[in-house]
Design a protein around this ligand. Structure first.
Ligand code: ROI
Length: 159
């Protein structure tokens, strides 16, 4: 349990809040992994028009799985909760993204950490901010406070 990782959760199908609660339990039950903390749940419009509203949250995990083993485990949880990949960016019962993995910067075909889009997504940054100190920096040196001030809290509803 030696690395703190942050995982983004999202759902916009089949009772999204329940999907997220089930996923948090599944995260806590992963081998060599403990759910250290979870943010509140937030809802917001999809970034792509014509999709149902999303529910999102962020989880803090302590894990001794390496990043790709953690990614495998997250994908197994997604599939266990009925995710079928039809179209990229399509509606989904559950999306689990590794946002941050300790202080590592990772750029391999399967995994980019810090997550490429997190800096521009209020439904990631504001829940993450609940779980970390105010002076928190991403592994690439960007200050979370700076990202927050460039990403207004617009359209988010805290459940
Ligand atoms: N929009 C919101 N609000 N939340 C998401 O998790 C989310 N995920 C996506 C797209 C379709 C980009 N829009 C989203 O993949």
């Amino acid at each position: 349990m030696n690395t703190r990782a942050y995982v983004g959760l999202g759902s916009n199908l089949d009772a999204p809040a329940e999907q997220l609660r089930n996923a948090l339990q599944a995260l806590d039950q992963l081998d060599d992994t403990r759910l250290a903390a979870a943010s509140a749940l937030y809802t917001s419009e999809s970034l792509l028009p014509g999709q149902p509203r999303y529910t999102n949250a962020v989880a803090a995990l302590d894990t001794s799985l390496d990043p790709l083993a953690l990614l495998d485990a997250l994908q197994a949880i997604e599939h266990g909760q009925g995710r079928v990949r039809k179209e990229r960016w399509g509606p989904r019962t559950l999306d689990l993204d590794i946002l941050l993995y300790g202080d590592q910067v990772i750029d391999v075909p399967r995994l980019q950490v810090p997550h490429y889009h997190m800096h521009a997504r209020p439904f990631v940054l504001y829940p993450l901010a609940e779980l970390v100190p105010e002076d928190f920096q991403l592994a690439d040196g960007r200050a979370l406070a700076q990202l927050l001030s460039a990403c207004p809290y617009v359209g988010l509803e805290r459940l």
